[in-house]
Design a protein around this ligand. Structure first.
Ligand code: ADP
Ligand code: MG
Length: 305
């Protein structure tokens, strides 16, 4: 199997709820082993896309395949090969960590010594050994998250789909979680993850930016930054307001300016000549800038104008 083998594919994938088009003609090709990040503001269609990819929701139009299986027709096959972790973690709070793992292992058809061995592996991998007999409901957010991830990978799925896995956990747990993911991807697990943390998006091999159910931009973090028709300067004055004042007086046609700590970040068209300002320095665009830029576009058409 070569590296560019496509394991998740969507063609004109569309989902309508009454008048709302939650997912609008989405095309997607995710290669095996990639960590693919879906980013986009609330309501942009991330979870709806995921539900169609997992075979939980039928598309209104278009189709999606996972490992070649049509997600609307071969639902059972799709479920066998996917590990899915929802935003809500789907744990049984009145069962212990072990009992949750055992329950999910049963659902995936694991039995006997194979089951015991796999549960032990997961306990080790997810660093849960001290929490074996704790009720899931009593665990911290970060431990719940690792237990839920452990449950999702019990059957060694080739595809792991994680919907906002880190939205309910503290920064230390977020970092620990992201440190775990590449080791899963190295075993050729393909990971599709949604997040609204832009520092997390930097960890992805590929990013798709969704808005109003449409894919506005796609590529590696570096490609997305290079493709943006923008540059960033950072103005450091006594106060950000003083910087903004100076910016306005300069008459420079800037696209956006926002306060970042004590500094003012200013987005300018890439081709604009060096502005006549005091105390500024050029800086690398961040994923945050990319998010802000694309989030302001309504549809793909706006970008090409
Ligand atoms: N079951 C549903 N019934 C009606 N509208 C829905 C349903 N699920 C999602 N939506 C709508 O579809 C849009 C996309 O939602 P969602 O996929 O949850 O976005 P995200 O996960 O990016 O926040 C939103 O406008 C949301 O209100
Ligand atoms: Mg969602």
């Amino acid at each position: 199997m070569n590296k560019s083998e496509i394991v998740i594919e969507a063609k004109n994938l569309t989902c309508k709820f009454g008048n709302i088009t939650a997912v609008d003609n989405l095309n997607l090709q995710i290669p095996r082993g990639a960590i693919y990040g879906f980013i986009g503001s609330n309501g942009s269609g991330k979870s709806t896309t995921i539900r169609m990819l997992c075979g939980l929701l039928r598309p209104t139009k278009g189709k999606a395949t996972v490992l070649g299986y049509d997600t609307a027709l071969d639902t059972e096959k799709v479920k066998q090969h996917i590990g899915y972790m929802s935003q809500k973690f789907s744990l049984y709070h009145d069962l212990t960590s072990m009992e949750n793992l055992s329950f999910y292992a049963g659902l995936y058809g694991l039995t006997g010594s194979g089951k015991t061995q796999r549960i032990d592996e997961i306990i080790e991998l997810m660093q849960l050994s001290e929490k074996r007999t704790s009720l899931a409901g009593d665990l911290s957010g970060g431990t719940k998250q690792r237990l839920a991830l452990g449950c999702a990978i019990l059957h060694k799925p080739e595809i792991l789909i994680l919907d906002e896995p880190t939205s309910a956990v503290d920064p230390t747990s977020r970092r620990m979680f992201w440190n775990l993911l590449p080791s899963l991807a190295q075993t050729k697990t393909t990971i599709l993850v949604t997040t609204h943390f832009m520092d997390e998006a930097e960890h992805c091999d590929l990013i798709g930016f969704l808005k109003n159910g449409q894919m506005l931009a796609e590529g590696s973090p570096k490609e997305l930054k290079d493709d943006l028709p923008l540059k960033l300067i950072i103005m450091e004055y006594t106060t950000p307001m003083a910087a903004l004042e100076d910016l306005k007086v300069s008459g420079i046609n800037y696209l956006d300016a926002y306060v970042f700590g004590q500094k003012l970040h200013v987005l300018l068209p890439k081709n604009i000549s060096t502005p006549s300002l005091n105390n500024y320095r050029p800086s690398e665009l961040t994923m945050e800038d990319i998010f802000v830029y694309y989030d302001k576009q309504k549809t793909r058409k706006d970008i090409n104008q």
